[in-house]
Design a protein. Structure first.
Length: 339
């Protein structure tokens, strides 16, 4: 059943007023999509963490294959409670990490009509936000883009940029349509899906093998992962497990999705995944959002998923505190674009 919400469809008058958007998290994803919304005419403010002073001083520089951009949020804030009044949209682009209490972070900027938008990785990530804000409309979003934060206030964009938005858990949404129209105004491809949870599982079909295997495979690029028959067999097996779990939780996906993903990935320019870049930069990886939640869904529905469980267990061992401490002593190569 679709979740009810109090936000009325925007009238022709209100649709002409530039929306007030607060981006929470101005790493690669937040900086990139915040810049696109500002270029489309929205009033975009941002909550920054580590890059706060740099972004206040010089904004965000985006090196893109489509043409370089420069974006300065107005204002640049340290906390959501410093935002002047409720936002029309809160665009959350933080990583999905257990230690981040997202409802607490965004609560001061949430007003009666605020729409919360999660542009984040993983599956089954929305429950804490729904529990904290049961009367807000929640949009779940997926970014198909190759981005990397290469320095404070600097982002490199090497491929794509497409977005998919949808009302959580399902159904039509004038708020999603309005936000998508803003992105399209600046030339970005942005779709709206009435079944956004299914779209999350669709993206996981790609993320579940390539992100963890890139780390566990010693820094392999997408091309390297598919250059060996055993690597292809592993990727195919993980994808098939994701399809089985998705069907068991009520979101069946096309059977040809596995082979299509393999063909399209092999045809891409080789690149490092976002999880691999995080690992090499000694940053926390989104293990739970990408793998842990899928494994828990498999166990809940009694679907065998031995490959997913193995990848999840190995990443948990790799990211245990003593492993992380030892890893930080090694010399990491420079980051490359990831997804």
């Amino acid at each position: 059943m679709a979740q009810s919400h109090p936000n009325p469809p925007p009238s022709s008058a209100t649709a002409m007023v530039p929306p007030r958007i607060l981006v929470v998290g101005t790493g690669a994803v937040g900086g990139f999509y915040g810049a696109r919304l500002a270029a489309a005419g929205a009033r975009v403010a941002a909550v920054c963490r580590s890059d706060l002073e740099t972004v206040r001083r010089q904004g965000i520089a985006i090196e893109s294959f489509e043409g370089d951009r420069h974006f300065t949020p107005e204002p640049v804030l340290a906390r959501a409670e410093d935002y002047d009044g409720p936002a029309d949209y809160i665009l959350v682009t933080l990583k999905v990490l257990p230690e981040i209490d997202l409802p607490v972070l965004i609560a001061p900027a949430v007003g009666p009509q605020t729409v919360i938008v999660l542009i984040q990785n993983g599956v089954e990530i929305e429950a804490p936000v729904v529990a904290a804000f049961p009367n807000q409309e929640l949009l779940s979003g997926l970014a198909f883009v190759c981005l990397n934060r290469i320095a404070p206030g600097r982002i490199r964009h090497t491929c794509a940029g497409r977005l998919m938005l949808g009302r959580y858990p399902e159904g039509p949404s004038p708020a999603a349509e309005r936000l998508a129209a803003l992105f399209r105004t600046d030339g970005l491809t942005c779709g709206v899906s009435p079944t956004i949870v299914r779209e999350r599982w669709r993206k996981l079909v790609w993320n579940a093998p390539f992100n963890p295997v890139s780390v566990l495979g010693g820094g392999a690029t997408t091309r390297q992962m598919l250059s060996d028959a055993e690597g292809v067999a592993l990727a195919r097996g993980v994808m098939e497990e994701v399809l089985a779990v998705a069907a068991a939780v009520g979101h069946p996906l096309p059977e040809d999705l596995v082979e299509r993903n393999l063909r399209e990935t092999l045809a891409m320019t080789p690149y490092k995944t976002s999880m691999l870049v995080d690992f090499q930069e000694h940053r926390v990886m989104e293990v739970e959002a990408i793998l842990g939640n899928a494994v828990r869904a498999a166990r809940r529905t009694a679907v065998p998923a031995p490959r997913l469980e193995t990848l999840y267990a190995l990443l948990r061992l790799l990211t245990r505190p003593d492993a992380v401490n030892s890893a930080t002593t090694r010399s990491a190569p420079p980051p490359e674009p990831g997804r």
